[in-house]
Design a protein around this ligand. Structure first.
Ligand code: ZN
Length: 404
């Protein structure tokens, strides 16, 4: 029986059985605002929800998973102005970047990726309905939700004082856009959830920083319109930090996925690093570079491990609020490729790139010539590129092989 820590009830809740009774489990995660490339904090969130989805399906709950793209936003408009592009071109560029990064990380694609600009009419319809029902009111620069009307505000975050908030913003500079304005952020998710999954869903996921006000406001909007719970279970992943401080783009300490990719980092190592902490705990990106040896040791065990088999200890750990650190320990104790696959770890032999092969051959020649210092410099060069060097002696001649 799967139990998950529900931010709403503040306890471990059994998975709702709505999915098994009425078809697929409905799961939604707030997606990225597409004005920049994704960093290691995004990787943590979407790897976590990817592992959750794999686990739910393994345990017999097919999932319909939706994750949105916020493709209209002040930051996107600013980026478009800077780069002399349209907002759509900016959004397309970073959506492509998102897929490159997350395909690389072996994150399974969602069933749907709704984009805000494709839901303008639906959102405008909601705004109108809220105005008609007195749930919202017009101001000079848009439409605001009437917070005081929603009596159960604060159920998720404890912030019980609901201030009015925008659901629509008029922007006189954006005359070309629909109605000279655009949706505010919170309303987007409420509408896209309703349009893709329905009025009530099973699991709503997001980063810890979205609990307030974003998710609280999603609840206020959806529940005041439909009078039923927006989501049965609310899950939130912890922050990624940098030496105890918040990791962020503005601090300049964020590791970008495309840089890790360009540097030949093994995507499995990144996934391993994410999963060796529990998803609700903070995770320090400083530790990323230090998990290399642990990952290598697990990977080496997995290379020759049996294909099939899932141990009771692994099931127990994963059922218990997705306790991946314990699941990884279990995998190390009794490795199988099936359990690795359930965590999204892809175990394969890596083909050696030509430049690495050439360096290895150079080292072999230098060793034959007894140029030890130069040979060691080449070895260090190969190691720095993430490969391990193995020296052999075959019939009196040096031979060098490499592995990851
Ligand atoms: Zn959202």
């Amino acid at each position: 029986m799967i139990r998950l820590y529900n931010t709403l009830s503040k306890q471990l809740d059994l998975l709702p059985n709505t999915g098994t009774l009425h078809g697929d489990l409905k799961m939604y995660a707030c997606g990225v605002t597409v004005y920049d490339h994704c960093h290691i904090g995004h990787a943590r969130s979407y790897i976590t929800w990817d592992v959750l989805r794999r686990w739910l399906e393994f345990r017999g709950h097919p999932v319909k998973y939706v994750q949105n793209f916020t493709d209209i936003d002040d930051k996107i408009i600013e980026r478009a102005r800077q780069d002399h592009l349209t907002c759509e071109q900016v959004a397309d560029k970073y959506i492509n970047s998102y897929f490159e990064d997350f395909d690389w990380l072996n994150v399974q694609r969602a069933d749907e990726y709704p984009r805000v600009t494709k839901y303008f009419w639906a959102i405008a319809g909601w705004v109108n309905e809220m105005l008609v029902r007195g749930l919202a009111y017009e101001v000079d620069d848009g439409v605001r939700f009437r917070g005081a009307n929603f009596k159960t505000y604060g159920q998720l975050s404890g912030h019980t004082a609901c201030e009015d908030f925008y659901i629509w913003k008029n922007n006189p500079e954006d005359k070309k856009m629909f109605a000279g304005g655009r949706p505010a952020w919170h309303i987007e998710c409420s509408v896209m959830i309703r349009e893709t999954l329905g009025e009530s869903i099973d699991i709503h996921c997001g980063g810890h920083d979205l609990i307030f006000p974003h998710h609280e406001n999603e609840i206020a909007q959806s529940e005041s319109l439909f009078g039923k719970p927006l989501a049965a279970i609310w899950l939130h992943n912890g922050f990624v930090e940098h030496r105890g401080k918040k990791m962020s783009k503005s601090e300049g300490n964020a590791l970008y996925l495309r840089d890790l990719r360009a540097n030949g980092i093994d995507p499995n190592m990144l996934r391993f690093w994410v999963l060796q902490a529990h998803y609700r705990q903070p995770l320090d990106q400083y530790g990323f570079h230090q998990c290399y040896m642990q990952w290598r040791s697990l990977r080496n065990r997995l290379l020759n491990a049996p294909e099939e088999g899932v141990t009771p200890g692994f099931v127990e750990a994963m059922d218990n609020d997705l306790n991946t650190p314990v699941a990884l320990a279990e995998l190390h104790r009794e490795p199988t490729k099936e359990m690795a696959g359930l965590l999204g770890l892809k175990i394969e032999h890596y083909p050696v790139p030509q430049d690495i092969r050439a360096l290895a051959d150079t080292r072999a020649v230098l060793r034959d010539q007894r140029k030890w210092a130069e040979a060691d410099a080449v070895r260090d060069q190969i190691t720095a590129l993430g490969w391990e060097v193995h020296d052999h002696n075959i019939e009196g001649r040096a031979s060098v092989t490499v592995s990851r």
